[in-house]
Design a protein. Structure first.
Length: 395
């Protein structure tokens, strides 16, 4: 965003010019009619410290590129502003296209409900594919430049085999619809063969390490232990007048039981060790619209006792530790910028309503309502526009 500060400032000036007064809004409305656009004029000014607001401002403004160009003829005062040139709008369109992907991904991953850790891989791989196909391989120099910078960040935080968070990839393997086959397929698409193979091996090794760690905590309290058997029989023997031969017989019997439990424990451990292999070798589940990954693991918990426990904990890891409000924030705020870009009467109305409805004074976060405020302003300006037309019509 820093690289396009000057361009964004020009678009901001253009939007502010149209919204600054009723005559200017009416003049812009004539330009819209001349271009035969049926859409309403909905453009919001951004909060410079929030890139999502800037994205929405650019997205709204770029739809009226021709109208802004026509406004130069209808209102010559518009030319006095530092406004976008004709060639700037192409750059704005490119920037909007790029930001839209990050905007949608941030909305999905910043929510605190229904988001599982395996969903993040889908988003970052989708973005990576876009960067590679539409960015790095593009003839558009602007898009290519943006893609190269973003790719550097990706390589550092996501695709670095040393510093990457491999639990993200483990969570993909724990999705019955994906497993290691899907992850391997994606890695081969994103990296060269050697890197893909290395990362797949590391993911599987981590899964097996987790499995070994979790298998130690399996509750075996339902099974009798040799020590329990020993104590119970010792107490029984102590109540009788046993001879040395009887104790020798018991020691032999206890030794057999002890070896039996040791063999059973070894066999159980062998079975546990193959649980990962069974899961990975099984065919992937069909992922329909209503597929519920948590329900699948619940239904198959008897088959995958250890893996089920791992899945419950790995899939429950929050994708993001910050709210969307903070994810969109790119700087500190001292004064709410929306207060300066909204109609004074609307700010006054909001303040009065809060005073009437709330006994305790609490601050209104206008940023959360920027779209509603913008729509109210557009309706207000449209009312003035229609009143002026009706009053000027011949009677």
């Amino acid at each position: 965003m820093e690289d396009f500060r000057e361009l964004i400032s020009k678009v901001r000036n253009a939007v502010r010019f149209v919204r600054s007064s009723s005559p200017r809004y009416r003049s812009f409305g004539k330009c819209v009619k001349e271009e035969n656009l049926s859409s309403k004029i909905i453009m919001c000014l951004d909060v410079p410290t929030r890139w999502d607001n800037t994205y929405m401002m650019l997205e709204g403004a770029v739809k009226f590129e021709k109208e802004f160009e026509r406004l130069k003829i209808h209102d010559t005062t518009y030319l006095n502003e530092d406004i976008p040139a004709s060639r700037d709008w192409e750059v704005v369109r490119t920037l909007v296209e790029f930001l839209s992907l990050f905007y949608e991904a941030t909305l999905k991953l910043s929510t605190s409900v229904h988001v599982l850790s395996n969903s993040i891989f889908h988003e970052i791989s989708t973005l990576q594919n876009y960067i590679k196909m539409r960015g790095l391989n593009s003839d558009n120099l602007v898009l290519n430049g943006i893609a190269m910078k973003v790719q550097t960040k990706y390589d550092k935080y996501w695709w670095n085999s040393e510093s990457a968070n491999y639990l993200i990839y483990v969570s993909v393997v724990l999705s019955p619809c994906c497993k290691m086959k899907f992850l391997s397929y994606c890695f081969r698409k994103l990296f060269d063969a050697n890197v893909a193979q290395e990362m797949c091996k590391k993911v599987e090794d981590i899964l097996r390490q987790l499995f070994n760690e979790y298998s130690l905590s399996i509750d075996n309290n339902d099974s009798p232990t040799p020590s329990m058997f020993h104590h119970s029989n010792t107490r029984e023997c102590s109540t009788n007048d046993a001879t040395d031969d009887e104790f020798d017989t018991f020691d032999y019997y206890y030794d057999v039981i002890h070896k039996f439990y040791a063999a059973m424990e070894e066999e159980d451990n062998l079975n546990l060790a193959t649980e990962v292999d069974i899961y990975l070798l099984e065919a992937c589940a069909n992922q329909g619209k209503d597929f519920d990954i948590l329900k699948w693991w619940k239904d198959n918990s008897s088959r995958y006792k250890v893996l089920g426990k791992i899945a419950r904990e790995i899939l429950a890891i929050p994708v993001s530790t910050i709210a969307a409000e903070s994810a969109f924030d790119i700087g500190g705020r001292v004064i709410d910028s929306v207060c300066f870009t909204s109609a004074p009467n609307l700010v006054e109305v909001l303040a009065c309503l809060q005073s009437w409805l709330n006994e305790d004074a609490t601050s209104i976060d206008l940023r959360e309502h920027i779209k509603d405020i913008s729509h109210m302003e557009e309706e207000f300006l449209n009312m003035i526009y229609m009143n002026d037309i009706s009053s000027s019509a011949p009677r």
